[in-house]
Design a protein around this ligand. Structure first.
Ligand SMILES: NC(=O)c1ccc[n+]([C@@H]2O[C@H](COP(=O)([O-])OP(=O)(O)OC[C@H]3O[C@@H](n4cnc5c(N)ncnc54)[C@H](OP(=O)(O)O)[C@@H]3O)[C@@H](O)[C@H]2O)c1
Length: 262
């Protein structure tokens, strides 16, 4: 018996990086997966990859910063697969709506761009809340749900120059603890992953600040950056599976021991 046999999972930001790795891992464990992300071509490519490998997936193009699209994505999933058991809030917008790019430069808190504040919050904490609200009635009715939200050690440590991102990520952790408290009685577990895995975002840091990334890798106890498929998929499977039924409101540091020196 596979760990997620016949469970229905929504994974946001699944067009690439950590979200894609989790979608593949869930499908390999028997889940029916809604691959949700912003760019239609990547959504379709990942859904096809899963279906070609013998799994079950649909692709749903959705900007998580748009409320109607979020509620519509959950509705489409329920129409296709009957319910939703697992939600992974992995997508996160960076920059501003008109220029949604991550930044690798230090921006002092006093210079915070308020358009960036609004956009990172809407596509981070607010989007996570929207998905949780939309999935909740289905999870409550079946007495079972697994929600996995994505935050960051940058927020946890208050990494300098990263105000908007840090704040939305810590709001996501507060949202997680609150939902864990309120929804545990319905059999719904809500947890957070703080990752440090090598994705396109890290590639940008490697190019812009190679000395920073080099120094980081030398200090990480495991002496490497994590890999989305090798390291991200297994933890996300565990947090979606019955093995984690008694774990809720927790933050899991998927970062090779980085917190030991941060
Ligand atoms: N990588 C790390 O080490 C690290 C560290 C700390 C926290 N995190 C967190 O982990 C999560 C995944 O990170 P990642 O490195 O895998 O990111 P990534 O490689 O940049 O991939 C992000 C995915 O999210 C999608 N996305 C972005 N904005 C969206 C929006 N408004 N609506 C829908 N989809 C959207 C992207 O779609 P497009 O293809 O359309 O751009 C992409 O598929 C994020 O929450 C991130 O903050 C990652």
């Amino acid at each position: 018996m596979k760990q997620l046999q016949d469970k229905v999972a929504i994974v946001t930001g699944a067009g690439r990086g950590i979200g894609r790795a989790i979608a593949l891992a869930y499908a390999a464990e028997g889940a029916k997966v809604a691959v949700v992300s912003r760019t239609p071509s990547t959504v379709e490519a990942v859904a096809k990859e899963i279906n070609d490998a013998g799994g079950t997936a649909i692709g749903i193009a959705c900007d998580v910063g748009k409320r109607d699209e979020v509620f519509g994505a959950v509705e489409t999933t329920v129409q296709a697969f009957g319910t939703v058991h697992i939600v992974v809030n992995n997508a996160q917008g960076f920059g501003t709506e008109s220029d949604p790019q991550p930044s690798t430069v230090f921006v002092a808190m006093e210079d915070t761009n308020e358009d960036e504040w609004e956009y990172t919050f809407r596509t981070g904490a607010t989007a996570s809340l929207w998905f949780m609200k939309a999935a909740f009635p289905h999870m409550k009715a079946q007495g079972y749900g697994k929600i996995i939200n994505f935050a960051s050690s940058s927020g946890q440590t208050g990494f300098p120059g990263n105000t908007c991102y840090n704040a939305t990520k810590e709001a996501i952790r507060a949202l997680t603890r609150t939902a864990a408290n309120e929804w545990g009685q319905y059999g719904i577990n809500v947890n957070v992953i703080n990752p440090a895995l090598e994705t396109r975002a890290f590639e940008k840091w490697k190019t812009a600040r190679p000395e920073f990334v080099q120094a980081l890798v030398e200090k990480i106890p495991m002496r490497r950056l994590g890999d989305p498929e090798r390291d991200g998929g297994p933890l996300a499977v565990f947090l979606a599976s019955p093995g984690s039924d008694y774990i809720t409101g927790q933050t899991f540091l998927l970062e090779g021991g980085m917190h030991t020196f941060a």
